[in-house]
Design a protein around this ligand. Structure first.
Ligand SMILES: [Zn+2]
Length: 347
């Protein structure tokens, strides 16, 4: 079977990039109209000036996201079917990037990702997250044509978002283990290169945890680069496998069980401590890194009660029965989960 890799054409990381965003977008659109999808805050701090710069070279239409995701997808679908656009640009946080990426993919239009926060690896991946309740996990879309990450803007966002991004990155520590395990048990394809790239993005966070926690110069850039590498690892693998294992299944289960769940990366981080223990790997290393970064490293910091977390772990393997992980192998009972929560000092 042919293996398809998707890579971004252009990746720019740096400071004061407003004009570079415009250049890249105009390259992507080839002079045709540009649809900008953004959020209220992102538009006022960054989107407005970027749109003005783009408008010097092409027609620009701006849509700000204010409703439920499913409603927004319908609205954007209508906008994209009325007029021919050369590029869709997402300027904002995870939700904006997800909705813009999904809409561009559906319409077959080039997508430019302009993240204003570094809260998860969707900024540079070919995946989109849950768009409806029937699909509580990521699915394949297209790799962004270009990613422009302006550190000046991302740095100004509350530390909670960068910390969440780190949670999504330490997750690769167990995701890669789950992938390798599945390869052994089910014979599923395992890509050594993609796995190594994803794993390295977790290692970089372990190494820089203290710097990130102290908000030292350029530590945000390190996180953004790692998030982009993780996204590219998915593009190389042709699936989210290198970046999403048992810890993501627990994260998705929590998302289902809770009305107002913590951020994706925050859930992933704490779930990774648990999944690392399940793998008999160095869960203490994961926990110490999250704690230095200032990300939640136990259930109370995460704001999840023990009963809900136990339910999530039990439910996790059924979220994706097709994706074998350590949780499919162990099929933990409630009493096992409670014992492990004590052992990993999670509750
Ligand atoms: Zn993730």
């Amino acid at each position: 079977m042919a293996h398809v890799m998707q890579l971004p054409n252009i990746v720019i990381i740096g400071r004061n990039l407003k004009n570079r965003v415009a250049e890249v977008v105009l390259t992507a659109s080839g002079g045709q109209p540009v649809l900008i999808i953004t959020g209220k805050t992102a538009y006022s701090i960054y989107g407005r000036s970027v749109s003005e710069a783009i408008a010097e070279g092409a027609d620009v239409e701006v849509h700000s996201i204010e409703n439920e995701i499913s409603q927004e997808l319908d609205i954007i679908h209508k906008i994209l079917s009325k007029r021919r656009f050369g590029a869709v640009v997402g300027i904002g946080g995870g939700r904006v990037i997800d909705v813009a990426k999904a809409s561009a993919h559906e319409a077959g239009v080039r997508f430019v990702s302009v993240p204003t926060v570094a809260s998860h690896d969707g900024i540079a991946s070919p995946m989109v997250s849950a768009m409806d309740n029937n699909q509580p996990y990521s699915r394949m879309a297209s790799m962004p044509f270009a990613i422009v990450a302006d550190i000046d803007v991302i740095e100004k966002a509350p530390h909670r978002y960068v910390a969440s991004g780190c949670g999504d990155l330490v997750a690769k520590y167990t995701a890669v283990r789950d992938w390798r395990l599945s390869h052994k048990v089910t014979g599923e394809y395992f890509g050594d290169y993609a796995a190594s790239l994803a794993y390295m993005s977790a290692e970089i966070i372990f190494r820089n945890a203290k710097k990130i926690g102290e908000r030292r110069q350029d530590s945000v850039r390190t996180v953004v680069e790692a998030l982009i590498s993780a996204g590219v690892a998915m593009g190389i693998a042709g699936s989210s496998r290198p970046c999403s294992g048992s810890e993501h299944l627990i994260c998705h289960a929590l998302g289902r069980l809770m009305e107002d769940p913590p951020l994706h990366g925050e859930r992933c981080g704490v779930s990774t401590i648990f999944a690392a223990l399940a793998h008999k790997a160095a869960w203490k290393k994961v926990k110490a890194a999250l704690s230095s970064i200032g990300a939640p490293s136990n259930l109370s910091e995460l704001g999840v009660d023990e009963q809900t977390f136990v339910k999530a772990v039990i439910m996790a393997p059924d979220i994706r029965p097709d994706r074998y992980t350590i949780l499919h192998k162990l099929r933990l009972a409630e009493s096992d989960v409670r014992r492990m929560l004590r052992e990993a000092e999670l509750s």
